[in-house]
Design a protein around this ligand. Structure first.
Ligand SMILES: Nc1nc2c(ncn2[C@@H]2O[C@H](COP(=O)(O)OP(=O)(O)O)[C@@H](O)[C@H]2O)c(=O)[nH]1
Ligand SMILES: [Mg+2]
Length: 196
């Protein structure tokens, strides 16, 4: 049989998959959302990166990413088969206020959200957490590891973000597959625990 028709497990869903969950990957500008979904997705991730305008660059370029000249203009999308039975559809959403309409659409049917946090910019996730809370979406916090960032303990981060005791807080490196997958597993376990 020609190779065109060969089954490609990395593109097509496995027959064993029984549950598909929509998960949001959210966070402020340059926290690593696009990187995270690109690291994990088993299909070529959909990206909507655009060059920032000078106006946007001036307003948005944060301390943590002075060289970043692109921004996600609509969303990132990827897919991760987490187990034989479970597949996650990952939607990366810009955390900027001007994307309220995107949030309206994106949150529909979402089971949970992973909020990426840069430990050097602990005030910036608050509006994003407020938005997720506004839509009633349960979330976990993934503290993205940037080189040279001060090593806050997870308890200090929990306190700074004023989290509920049950909200999971994990460390991750958005460039690393294992680490990024583990943070999604922490979120999925949390979502499962809320169902019991
Ligand atoms: N050191 C380090 N750099 C990262 C990490 N995640 C993302 N980056 C870098 O941070 C910048 C912003 O990441 P990006 O994924 O575009 O952020 P987004 O705006 O949230 O989509 C890029 O230059 C990435 O290469 C990480 O875990 N560690
Ligand atoms: Mg992005």
């Amino acid at each position: 049989m020609g190779s065109r028709l060969a089954w490609d497990d990395s593109v097509y869903l496995r027959n064993s998959v029984q549950v598909a969950a929509k998960i949001l990957v959210v966070g402020h500008f340059a926290v690593g959302k696009t990187t995270f979904i690109g690291t994990l997705s088993e299909i070529p991730p959909l990206r909507t990166e655009e060059e920032m305008t000078q106006v946007g660059a001036g307003i948005e370029a944060p301390k943590g990413a002075p060289g970043k000249t692109t921004t996600t203009s609509a969303m990132d999308f990827g897919r991760l088969t987490l187990s034989e039975r479970l597949v996650l559809y990952l939607f990366g959403t810009p955390g900027r206020r001007c994307f309220v309409q995107v949030w309206e659409d994106m949150t529909r049917g979402a089971l949970g959200a992973l909020v990426l946090v840069d430990p050097q910019r602990l005030d910036e996730p608050i509006p994003v957490m407020d938005l997720v809370g506004h839509y009633g979406i349960p979330y976990a916090i993934a503290v993205n590891h940037f080189d040279g960032t001060p090593a806050h303990s997870l308890d200090e981060i929990r306190e700074a973000l004023d989290l509920l005791p049950e909200t999971p807080v994990v460390r991750c490196d958005a460039r690393d597959h294992r680490s990024s997958a583990d943070s999604l597993i922490a979120l999925v376990r949390y979502l499962q625990s809320r169902l019991q």
